[in-house]
Design a binder for this molecule. Sequence first.
Ligand code: SF4
Ligand code: SF4
Length: 371
Amino acid sequence: MPLLKGTLAEALKVRGVSRREFAKFCSTMVATLALPPQYLAAVADALQRADRPVLVWLEFQDCAGNTESMLRSSNPPVADVVLNLLSWEYHETIMAGAGKQAEAALKRVVQQDAGKYIAVVEGAIPTADGGVYCTIAGRTALDIATEVCTHAAACIAVGACAWDGGLVRSNPNPTGAVGLQEAVPGVKVVNLGGCPHNVANTAAVLVHYLTFHEMPALDQYNRPLFAYGRLIHDQCERRAHYDAGQFVEEWGDEGSRKGWCLYKMGCKGPDATYNCPTVRWNGGTSWPVKSGHGCIACASHRFWDAMSPFYKPLPKVPGFGVDVAAEEIGWGVVGGVAALTAAHAVGSVIRAKKGNGDIQKEETKPASPQS
Ligand code: SF4
Ligand code: SF4
């Protein structure tokens, strides 16, 4: 069976994606990538001319939540165009083929399109006992990932598990699960952390790659800066209440009804970076903090261990008094939000080193919070 290739323009025409939807998609991508508006025409032109790259999507130790996040995107242009943007040749959950037929498709891509296809990995990779805790068609996940990613033009890890092992790796990690980069250190992986990933960011990475023929600028975890470069706390619509010392004290109280800050209910927004507040979910309508739940820092390194318990503020740090500062900050007693956030950061590092085995947490702090 020949590989399904051709230009994106041809694919969009065949699939009935209108010019208007395509234009809306390009405009969303330019905004997500934080590019100046004048790049819109260049992105649209590049995408229409581009040959659809072949993509293989591997699933290992996972819940398929990142696949669900992509398929259930309620932003029709993004979901439609992402599905048409690429020539999907292997994806266990959505492909029609199964068994030997499916494995033959993967083998064909690796042989015929070596150095040209994009490999996306979802889920952690077990390394204990020879990797026997995740096998597909008689091969270990480690073996498959090594072969497929080594021959790919680009590798993308979607979701927390593929990035750093995620929930599967949380203590005590009996299967020795790790993320893709650790499992296959010889390849360069772009990590799209989050539990799950946000398909708008994944689409934006692919659009950047197709338009500029390189991946976007990355941080120290190889996460795109456009998506992971800013503190959630600095983008949050409840921030004015934090600054004013107005906190929800218990679920359903007056502050909760008035949309006050969720810090005391465990929100980790001051210690997490992501563009969740701007890209949002459900077609861009909302995000968890807007709808009343604190951020659990799902896009932060080893968040299952480093950021729990999720419903309590990060613990008090000797000499800083995080909880006291949270109450006092609205009264102007401490020296600004930057001091509080510094306490969060120190608290996280101390706690990570004390209580979570091998975690060496170093969340990105690109800029001090605005005071
Ligand atoms: S602590 Fe959470 S809810 Fe409060 S302002 Fe920061 S991100 Fe928003
Ligand atoms: S609010 Fe925080 S935990 Fe929730 S999806 Fe956004 S980044 Fe993840």
